[in-house]
Design a protein around this ligand. Structure first.
Ligand code: FE2
Length: 337
């Protein structure tokens, strides 16, 4: 009897240790306000503890330097250009997961199963409600029309968001036409490229220009800002999802995404986290917390995002955007964007 009891206790304590011991170490370029709510739910559901290193820069270099001794299991980042760097430096492990295969469309993941997209953001056109008529602009190409001379504001072209947009233009128009577009776009600028996406909306509000390009979630951040002024900026602009014509390619999108570190010691837990982030509950949370769109096609976006309009996305394999980044940057340099 004592022996059986001891064995039961031993068995229970071993399985208890296993559950308690399960953990996953995350290197995140995504901010705590966004990631923490996901991780709390993940731990509650799976019992897997999470540890996070947050940084805006330098995590890929750190992971590389740490090599086999790195504690990292999962990488979370924004922008395909930044995610692809990890792949390019051979810092990621192959992921084998039926759940991810099912939840994430083929064009939004690595062809070699090295990373997956977890949310989408659209780069949209914003125009002054008062000074640009509805329907006057419907495509990114329209921004090269000399009719808009002195009317456009922009963040510097070399920022990853604009570099990705430039890459999408190379891929859909061809290099020559894309450069022609960029030249004319820059000629239409009302001021030297400057500021972040929010600053472009502010510039429209203040009348420094009438048109700009921003990531869709910044519109939401301004619309619901605690700062009354920022809410006014948002009210002054109209959002346009570009290139929506029946034959057209759809709006350029970018992604946030993640992968498993090559030398992860907790690969099972790492994959479990990515799977968790691809499921319906999490997919909706990206919209609720940060106005981002789901990548999982079976998940509907939030009512708020729906109210901004439905749109079709450019369906290019997202990796091609990263692969064209170098050529895009060369054009950006040549035209002085
Ligand atoms: Fe951003």
């Amino acid at each position: 009897m004592n022996l059986i009891l001891s064995l039961i206790i031993l068995f229970l304590s071993l399985s208890f240790t296993k559950v308690i011991g399960a953990e996953v170490n995350i290197y995140s370029h995504r901010q705590p306000f966004l990631i923490n709510p996901f991780l709390e739910k993940f731990t509650a559901e799976t019992g897997i503890k999470t540890n996070v290193v947050y940084a805006t820069k330098g995590l890929a270099q750190r992971l590389k330097a740490e090599g086999k001794n790195s504690p990292a299991d999962v990488i979370l980042t924004v922008d395909i250009g930044r995610l692809y760097i990890y792949d390019d430096l051979d810092l990621l492990a192959s992921i084998d997961s039926d759940v991810l295969d099912k939840n994430i469309p083929q064009n939004l993941k690595s062809p070699e199963n090295k990373w997956v997209a977890l949310s989408k953001r659209s780069r949209v056109i914003v125009t002054s409600k008062n000074r640009v008529n509805q329907g006057e602009i419907s495509k990114i190409e329209d921004l090269a029309n000399e009719k808009w001379k002195g009317k456009i504001c922009s963040r510097p072209g070399s920022h990853v968001y604009n570099r990705a947009l430039m890459a999408s233009l190379i891929l859909s128009l061809g290099e020559k036409a894309a450069e022609e577009w960029a030249k004319k776009f820059v000629a239409n600028l009302s001021r030297r490229p400057q500021g972040n996406d929010r600053a472009q909306v502010k510039a429209i509000f203040e009348g420094q220009c009438d048109i700009s390009i921003i990531n869709n979630y910044y519109f939401g951040k301004l619309k619901y800002s605690e700062d009354t002024k920022q809410r006014e900026w948002a009210k002054s602009v109209r959002l346009i999802f570009p290139n929506q014509g029946a034959e057209d390619r759809g709006a350029h999108i970018n992604i946030s995404g993640g992968g498993v570190a090559k030398y992860s010691k907790n690969k099972k837990e790492a994959v479990a986290l990515l799977e968790f982030l691809s499921k319906a509950q999490s997919q909706k949370m990206y919209g609720e917390i940060n106005f981002e769109y789901p990548v999982n096609p079976s998940v509907e976006t939030t009512e708020e995002l729906k109210s901004w309009g439905s749109f079709k996305s450019d369906s290019l394999p997202i990796i091609s955007i990263a692969q064209k980044a170098y050529d895009a940057q060369k054009i950006i340099d040549r035209v002085g964007w």
